[in-house]
Structure formats: C-alpha cells, structure tokens
Design a binder for this molecule. Structure first.
Ligand SMILES: Cc1cc2nc3c(=O)[nH]c(=O)nc-3n(C[C@H](O)[C@H](O)[C@H](O)COP(=O)(O)OP(=O)(O)OC[C@H]3O[C@@H](n4cnc5c(N)ncnc54)[C@H](O)[C@@H]3O)c2cc1C
Length: 297
C-alpha cells in the first residue's frame, strides 16, 4: 500500500479559478480511494479539520488560507460509461467538460448543457450545477460518499439528495463525494450531440468573461429576476475594488484583473449586496462558497 503524504504550506491560489486564497496548512491530491481513506484517517489522528475541494471553481478562499487538511480531488478522475444502457459513473475529480464531451461522443444525450462548467463531477453534484436549461439533478441517479468523521463508503439516491436550485444536502453534511452516477439517454446521434455541445460552449464563451479568472456567477438569481440584470441596471459593471472588477461582459461575474485578493472580492460582493438591497429591497445570496473566513489563530 502506497503511503500518501500531505504537503505543508501550499498556495491555494493555484487551486481556485479566481486565483486567490492564502496557504493550506496541509494539502494533498489523492489519486485513488485508498489514498483518500488514508488522508481522512490521518486528519482524524492528528485532530485536524478537513475540507474538500474539487476544481475550486465555486470557491472564495480567504487570504489567510486554510487550517487543517485540504483534500483536492481533481486528480481522482476517470469515468465508466455503459453506452448501451446510458449509465455513466464519474469519479469525483472528473472534469465536467470532459464528461460532457465523452457522453456526446458515445451518443448519450443529457449533458450537453454542462460543457462550459469548469468544475468536477463531485463539485457539480454538491452544487447541483446547471446551465442553459439543464442541471445535475435532472440526470443524476446517485452518489457514493465517504463520511469525513470516519466510516465506510455508502450510496445516496437522488431522491434523498434534496436537490433544488444550486442546493443539495451535500452542502450541509460532512461527506466526501467519491463518485456520481448519471443516467443518460443512449442511442442518440453523436454528431448532433457534439454540435449542440459546441453551440452551448460558443454561447458561453461569447456572453461570459472566460478569458479572465472568475468563479462563474457570484450570486444566485432571486425568485423574480436575474442577479446579473439587477447589477447591470444599477450601472455597476466595471466597478473595481483593488484587483477585483465587476465584469464588463456579464455583471454577475467578478473577475480577477491580475492582483485581486480574496478581501477585494469579498468587499466588492458586499458593495453589490448593499446597492441591490437599498434599491430593490432584495438580498442577493451568494452562489459561491466561502472557506477560511472564520479562521481563529
Ligand atoms: C467560468 C465559470 C463558469 C461557471 N459556470 C457555471 C454554470 O453555468 N453553472 C453552475 O452551476 N456553475 C458554474 N460555475 C461554478 C462552478 O464551476 C460549479 O459550481 C462547479 O460545480 C463547482 O465544482 P468544483 O469542482 O470546482 O467545486 P469547488 O468549487 O472546488 O467546491 C464547491 C463546493 O463543493 C464542495 N466539494 C467539491 N468537491 C467535493 C467532493 N468531491 N465531495 C464533497 N464536497 C465537495 C466544496 O467543499 C465546496 O463547498 C462556473 C465557474 C466558472 C469559473
């Protein structure tokens, strides 16, 4: 059995798509289930807190970094496709765009909407990621999880995941998602699926700032409007704090123009929330998850 050793004082800005975040006290990138189990056991033995990250594409990590052990799952990747039945099981670190491509190539309809989401299968299952009329909850069947407090792998069916708009029970429980199983529609034309997938990607890259570091949409859409439209109508596009800027392409994106800190981004989020609340009486809720802001040294 190979022993996995976490590294100390690792720069987390290399692990988030916003390119911000301080250092992880300990960080490891396991490649298999055995290594994941070893890491959880080590954190327990050392009495360290343990946090999970995927591609870091929906994460604001504080400039003071993360205490304890951070497990990044992006190297725990791969997928098993049954193109006759349409069942796909993706390991948690499998990139969503690659899963979307593979499904289309195998003639499986269902994931064409997901091509522009730069997260992992695990992160997408946790977030109920969605775009262009589709979301994870429409196609997922079950996830396999491992309790962070110790225990064995078990499966949770879709009905018990309590999926709603960008929400799931996985955001509230101390569970590490090992894999996600999707049921797609087999026997479709790969050429047509590829075309649809390309169209979706093209739409995303022309309407959203894919050329700059971001975390996608910062806020969830409120019930009766779009967060981006509300922010744009207040004339806030282009507003900057330090290196963080409200994108001039899409107002629900905050981009890192080069030297943004997590503090800059957090302050800009607060300014947007206040302006929208003062004008419309609506509190915009963050879609982006925060880590490390409750740090006590
Ligand atoms: C350019 C861009 C465009 C985007 N467009 C969209 C979009 O259209 N729709 C959309 O929904 N999102 C979008 N996002 C946001 C993001 O890609 C999704 O939320 C994605 O699902 C996050 O996956 P991740 O692996 O990066 O998760 P992370 O950001 O690493 O983590 C997100 C949360 O999930 C938890 N987590 C991650 N992996 C696991 C695991 N295996 N087990 C347990 N917990 C885990 C983390 O602790 C954290 O709370 C976009 C982001 C960017 C940068």
């Amino acid at each position: 059995m190979n022993k996995i050793k976490p590294n100390s004082f690792v720069k987390l800005s290399n692990f988030t798509t916003w390119r911000v975040g301080g250092e992880a006290e300990w960080l490891a990138e396991p490649k298999n289930l055995d290594e994941i189990k070893q890491l959880i056991a080590w954190a327990q033995a050392e009495r360290l807190s343990c946090q999970i990250i995927g591609a870091g594409s929906n994460l604001l990590i504080s400039d003071s970094g993360l205490q304890g052990l951070t497990i990044c799952l992006r190297k725990f990747n791969g997928s098993f496709i049954d193109n006759e039945t349409g069942s796909i099981e993706a390991l948690s670190g499998e990139p969503i765009p690659s899963l979307s491509r593979k499904a289309a190539q195998e003639g499986l309809h269902g994931l064409e909407w997901s091509i522009g989401i730069p997260g992992t299968a695990g992160g997408a299952a946790v977030m109920n990621a969605g775009a262009q009329g589709g979301c994870v909850a429409d196609w997922i069947q079950a996830v396999k999880v491992l309790p962070l407090k110790g225990g064995e792998v078990f499966e949770i069916n879709k009905e018990d995941l309590e999926y709603s708009y960008r929400q799931s029970i996985l955001q509230r429980e101390d569970l590490l998602v090992i894999s996600a199983r999707f049921q797609l529609e087999p026997g479709q034309n790969p050429k047509e699926l590829n075309q649809k997938t390309n169209q979706n990607l093209n739409y995303r890259t022309t309407t959203q700032p894919y050329h700059l570091p971001s975390c996608g949409s910062v806020f969830r859409n409120p019930e009766k409007d779009k967060a981006g439209r509300m922010i744009e109508n207040l004339g806030l596009k282009g507003l900057r704090i330090g290196g963080a800027e409200i994108s001039t392409t899409h107002a629900n994106f905050i981009v890192n123009t080069g030297n943004a800190t997590a503090k800059d981004i957090k302050e800009l989020i607060a300014v947007i929330q206040k302006k929208v609340q003062d004008t419309h009486g609506v509190l915009l809720h963050q879609e982006v998850k925060e880590l490390g802001f409750d740090r006590k040294d």
